[in-house]
Design a protein around this ligand. Structure first.
Ligand code: HEC
Length: 105
């Protein structure tokens, strides 16, 4: 039993470690943005649907930064869309998150 557990743990680490090392932008996005935008940026979350959030793919860097720096306040089909400025919250992860959003397809 113990051997099986150890083997499973080792296999788990093997699978997870490269993902964590390669993707802190994705991890930071997941932590700070995914409640509304979804981990894949498509906005298919309860919050995303409630606020009619469009997919984030295909945005230019200046738009991405403007939204993160200053937040967003809009209205779409009578629905209030609001996002607080997130720059301070991201701190050192800022650039990685911008790069991650830029890379979304
Ligand atoms: C409380 C929910 C919420 C959170 C958390 C949130 N956002 Fe947003 N975000 C919105 C809403 C609402 C909009 C405006 C709706 C839209 O653009 O479809 C928006 C818009 C944006 C836009 C602009 C899209 C455009 O068309 O100009 C970007 C870029 C963006 N968010 C990135 C992020 C990033 C990066 C994070 C995490 C650091 C984040 N958001 C966290 C709700 C949120």
């Amino acid at each position: 039993m113990r051997k099986i557990t150890l083997a499973l743990c080792a296999a788990g680490l093997f699978v997870l470690a490269p993902g964590i090392a390669a993707a802190d932008g994705a991890a930071a996005f997941k932590k700070n943005c995914a409640t509304c935008h979804g981990a894949d940026g498509k906005g298919e979350t309860a919050m995303g649907k409630k606020m009619k959030i469009a997919p984030l793919a295909g945005l230019a860097e200046d738009k991405i930064k403007a939204a993160i720096d200053g937040g967003v306040k809009r209205e779409k089909d009578g629905v209030k869309q609001e996002m607080k400025p997130m720059k301070d919250k991201l701190g050192a992860d800022y650039d990685a998150v911008v790069a991650f959003v830029k890379g979304l397809k």
